[in-house]
Design a protein around this ligand. Structure first.
Ligand code: GLN
Length: 490
């Protein structure tokens, strides 16, 4: 595989070049469309490419610059959007048959914020149906392929966004992360993926999966790109009452300045035999890199790491079963045809069994079960108690260190069709679900590679920090990135 070392340009720098006339939004859109026409079909990163709309937006931006106006800090920056984030541009399908023809009458708050700063949307990216999965194979429209090796998965559920960034189809992308769906595909595709603190970024217009866990976040080719998009999207939104009323931190100005006296916590539970040898080695390399920069490595314990998956698979399906109840075949999406004598109940049942794929149906059944009377206390309430303990465990760990370091995924990208058992798929998220359960921020960046047969596969490391510590977390990630600059498939 040919690779290309990536020089950190930053999205603001791209926009500055566009505003200064050194580049144009139109030529940038054409360059992305050319790369999409080369590899777009093979990778299936997009559900929909919006060539006309992107060209029109670029023309407007270039014209406004000619008139001497300032189209914003993201002028001419090209973004791909996960197809569970509402856009008036094109469809919003969640990669589900149920919403195959759905057009949103409104834009998500993040879309409004980004477009108002000059960003251009190039298309909607593929995902596991309703963001349920870790490989993007659960899309009703077919799997996305990993740009490093097309026989392998890109991770999920935001696999389309991760693949689009790594393949150079866009400058950056948006995903959503409920249990790892930004960080795990970033790790498997070799780009940077960032899940901010719960409440930092408005979820208004994100199709809800697990509302107490969901968070929108950026994918970019480097940490700086994620920091810039984060700042552009973050902050209180009156349309989402869970957003916090805290000032958005300045994450960019000091991003390149190494942190003195940084304490890196490495949880004992993140170093297990479950990790592929290549992943274990990558962790050792990352630890060594931090040591060489003067950071202190602290051993910490997170004994509840291994109950994260079971806790998540009670809470997330419970919330999903209630969130997905709105898809009834009447208000939204697919409506089944009734036979003579069938009634309203049949309409719900038929529409939902035709419209939802097997994994979504499994989650709805699981969620309905754990919420049903007689089981509610045993499962749902119990999971909420464990959730509180997981939060306390992180709080305790953060009294000993500033950030936590570990692998994002226990294994590099696996073969398409390679994980048939749902439980084996769920285990891909062992290191990422607890971040959402605790509501803290996490970032994954590429630090190493595995050689498997003829394939070179990226390996990502995850850093987690205390709630609202994004500025520190991004700076700590940038330190590691400087020692291991990213590269992408040429
Ligand atoms: N893989 C996890 C799941 O299937 C997480 C998905 C996500 O973060 N959206 O639920």
């Amino acid at each position: 595989m040919n690779t290309q070392a990536h020089t950190c340009t930053g999205l603001h720098e791209i926009a500055a070049q566009v505003r200064a006339g050194a580049s144009t939004a139109s030529s940038r859109v054409e360059a992305c469309l050319a790369r999409i026409s080369d590899r777009g079909t093979a990778l299936h990163a997009f559900n929909e490419v919006h060539a006309d709309e992107a060209r029109a937006a670029a023309t407007r931006i270039d014209a406004s610059i000619k008139r001497g106006e300032n189209p914003g800090a993201l002028a001419g920056v090209i973004l791909a959007i996960k197809d569970n984030i509402a856009t008036t541009q094109g469809h919003t399908t969640c990669s589900s048959r149920f919403l195959e023809n759905y057009r949103s009458p409104f834009d998500a708050s993040v879309i409004q914020r980004l477009q108002s700063q000059g960003a251009i949307l190039i298309g909607k990216t593929n995902l596991d149906e309703f963001a349920m999965g870790s490989s993007t194979e659960n899309s009703a429209f077919g799997a996305t392929r990993n740009p490093w090796d097309q026989t392998r998965v890109p991770g999920g559920s935001s696999g389309g966004s991760a693949a689009a960034v790594s393949a150079g189809f866009c400058d950056a992308a948006l995903g959503s992360d409920t249990g790892g769906s930004i960080r795990q595909p970033a790790s498997l595709c070799g780009c940077v993926g960032f899940k901010p603190t719960y409440g930092r970024i408005s979820r208004y217009g994100l199709v809800a999966f697990g509302s107490s866990l969901d968070q929108i976040g950026p994918f970019a080719k480097d940490v700086r790109g994620c920091a810039e998009l984060f700042e552009a999207m973050a902050g209180r939104d009156t349309l989402d009452s869970t957003t916090v009323d805290l000032p958005v931190p300045d994450c960019c100005t000091q991003l390149d300045e190494p942190l003195r006296g940084l304490r890196i916590g490495v949880p004992r539970e993140y170093r297990t035999d479950a990790n592929a040898p290549s992943v274990a080695r990558a962790l050792d390399e990352a630890i060594a890199a931090y040591k060489s920069m003067g950071a202190t490595i602290v051993d910490v314990e997170l004994p509840l790491t291994d109950v994260g998956i079971s806790t998540y698979y009670v809470i997330a399906p419970a919330e999903a079963s209630s969130n997905l109840a709105r898809f009834d075949g009447i208000r939204y999406g697919h409506r089944a045809t009734l036979e003579a004598g069938e009634g309203l109940e049949d309409l719900y049942a038929k529409s939902r069994s035709q419209g939802f794929g097997p994994e979504v149906q499994r989650r709805i059944m699981l969620g309905t079960y754990v919420l049903s009377s007689g089981y509610y206390d045993a499962y749902y309430n119990r999971a909420l108690q464990v959730r509180r303990r997981i939060r306390e465990e992180f709080d305790h760990a953060f009294t000993k260190c500033d950030v936590l370091l570990g692998p994002t995924s226990p294994i590099p990208a696996f073969e398409i069709g390679g994980k048939k058992d749902p439980w084996a798929m769920y285990l891909c998220d062992v290191y990422t679900v607890n971040t959402n359960i605790a509501g803290i921020p996490g970032i994954s960046l590429n630090t190493s590679y595995a050689q498997e047969g003829n394939s070179t596969l990226p390996i990502g490391m995850q850093l987690q920090g205390p709630a609202f510590s994004e500025a520190l977390l991004l700076r700590a990630a940038r330190m590691l990135e400087r020692t291991m600059p990213p590269s992408y498939p040429a």
